[in-house]
Design a protein around this ligand. Sequence first.
Ligand code: ATP
Length: 235
Amino acid sequence: MLELRNIKTFYGNIQVLKEINIRVSEGEIITLIGANGAGKTTTLMSVCGIVPPRSGEILFMNRPINNMSADRIVSLGISQVPEGRRIFPYLTVAENLDMGAFLRTDKEEIKKDMEYIFGLFPILSERRNQPGGTLSGGEQQMLAISRALMARPRLLLLDEPSLGLAPLIVRQIFDIIKKINTENKTTIFLVEQNANLALKVAHRGYVMENGQITLEDSAENLLSNEAVKKAYLGM
Ligand code: ATP
């Protein structure tokens, strides 16, 4: 579904991604793990067109997207949940969800999707008329994921969904990520610093160090890999 081929991405003249190769098959959850500053967020930014790569190619459904604008990429079926959530604090929960569907015109289907989301996250249904900014951190993360789902993406990019949240909430959110993948058949590209959780939910994983992919394997193998255990799983 998605293929990054020899991606090099820069901020000014500082090269952050050094020939990255990643592929994501339809129906998978893949995770990209790595330390702070390794280049994980930049990888997602390159895919969604916010920080386009300087060289290499990104294919989505066999079509090059690396020279497309970010809104064109959304229209093809890629939605991102950015690090730090970035919901609209003064809009209500329902209005935030509407914003996620801004490229769609199928009103009846939009309504159905909103009800599906309220089923996934009943707390958002209870708070549908409340401004997004008054929600707890965990609820805002749920809203950010839900807003992205309102675009009906084929591929969902999730950047650090566990960031700053209590363990119980993180577990709930990861259960829902799994559910979105299995029930809704959404392919997921998950960036996480919590490698343990990410590898438990993912099918395959990539390890990134200093802008390079240093390991690629099934999540199961990565969980038992000695180097991964030592560097990322605190064992
Ligand atoms: P974290 O988990 O801390 O978010 P990360 O693996 O996602 O880390 P990136 O955010 O992709 O890493 O950052 C990779 C490198 O690029 C870092 O050295 C960072 O300082 C640098 N960087 C990120 N954004 C910018 C920017 N807008 N301008 C210049 N340098 C940047």
